[in-house]
Unconditional design. Structure first.
Length: 330
């Protein structure tokens, strides 16, 4: 029997969505310790799973690994389609658990495309592997097609840069009571529409912000510059998405971001992926004030919601072989 546990991830945006540049996408994001996905698997003669979303991943995993069956139990999941990477983390956790239970190599990066993961952004796969702050290299623009590629017909983008996040940093995550973000065919259609009309000049601004502000800030333990810079990348990405999501941010994210950024304890705020999750960068000693700012933001926007505080996760998924009394590998 094997158990796999991994945290959520935040997605700050892409480096380029314009067909005028030679590389497309190039995601950046960070791994969180919580909330978490926790999956358990054991050998079996057929596929059994107690979770409808995980069931399809369990079936694909058994095919990919060439095993006869598996019994999968999902103990914890992430909120679905809110911007925390629920699909990728669940799919990879199931794959890794089934592989460990059968004493097979998971080959997470190589098998992710067959699980419908890593088609645009490699952030979710990379944070599952090693945690931290990640920038991926994107895909050659020449591979872009108006039709969605068949499942597995791509490679997960390689990691262009990775840094441990300083232990003192914290991420306040505000989850408003709002409709889930886009996923599946709707997300694919929206992304194709965005890419086909994206302004290439925005990519130049994103690149400058990433190289001159984000990377030096995380290397130099400067949370204020980092937070403000990733928030700026989010705003620039929002200019690409404005026609698809009703503005730079999808409602009610804009009001939440503005209210949170008014607090001196929040170093930049933004929308993770398609939202509605909103993140704010802060530090351990400012956590209480940052949480208060997020709760006040809900009041200001006139919506309910949940506020969580997450530590950065600088390691990959925890894989535990339960039959060896807690033997772990990260």
């Amino acid at each position: 029997m094997a158990r796999v546990t991994v945290g959520a991830r935040l997605h700050f945006g892409f480096q380029n969505l314009s067909l005028a540049h030679e590389r497309l996408y190039g995601g950046l994001g960070v791994a969180l310790e919580s909330p978490t996905v926790s999956v358990e698997a054991r050998t079996a003669h057929e596929v059994r799973c107690d979770d409808s979303r995980a069931d399809r991943y369990a079936r694909r995993a058994t095919d990919l690994l060439g095993v006869s069956g598996t019994d999968v139990r999902v103990h914890e999941t992430l909120p679905g389609h809110v911007g925390l990477g629920s699909g990728t983390q669940l799919a990879l956790a199931v794959l890794a658990a089934v592989a460990r239970a059968h004493d097979r190599p998971a080959n997470v990066r190589g098998n992710a495309p067959a699980l419908d993961r890593g088609g645009r952004s490699g952030v979710g796969v990379s944070t599952f592997e090693a945690g931290g702050f990640v920038v991926d290299a994107g895909h050659p623009t020449e591979r872009f097609t108006t039709a969605r590629p068949d499942r597995g017909e791509w490679l997960v983008p390689p990691v262009a840069a990775r840094h441990d996040v300083p232990d003192d940093w914290r991420f306040v995550v505000a989850l408003p009571d709002a409709e889930p973000g886009r996923s599946g065919d709707n997300e694919d259609a929206s992304m194709r529409a965005v890419v086909e009309r994206a302004d290439p000049a925005i990519a130049d601004e994103v690149s400058a912000t990433l190289l001159r502000r984000v990377l030096p800030a995380i290397a130099g333990d400067d949370p204020e510059t980092f937070g403000n810079a990733v928030a700026e990348i989010g705003r620039l990405n929002g200019a690409w998405y404005a026609d698809e999501q009703g503005g730079v941010y999808r409602p009610p994210v804009g009001e939440l971001v503005t209210a949170m950024e008014a607090s001196p304890s929040v170093f930049g705020a933004g929308q993770s992926s398609w939202g509605p999750a909103v993140y704010g960068v802060t530090t351990r000693r400012r956590t209480d004030a940052a949480v208060e700012a997020a709760e006040t933001a809900f009041d200001t926007a006139g919506v309910g919601g949940d506020v969580r505080v997450a530590r950065p996760r600088n390691r990959g998924a925890n894989v535990q072989d339960a039959s060896v009394h807690g033997k772990e590998s990260d």
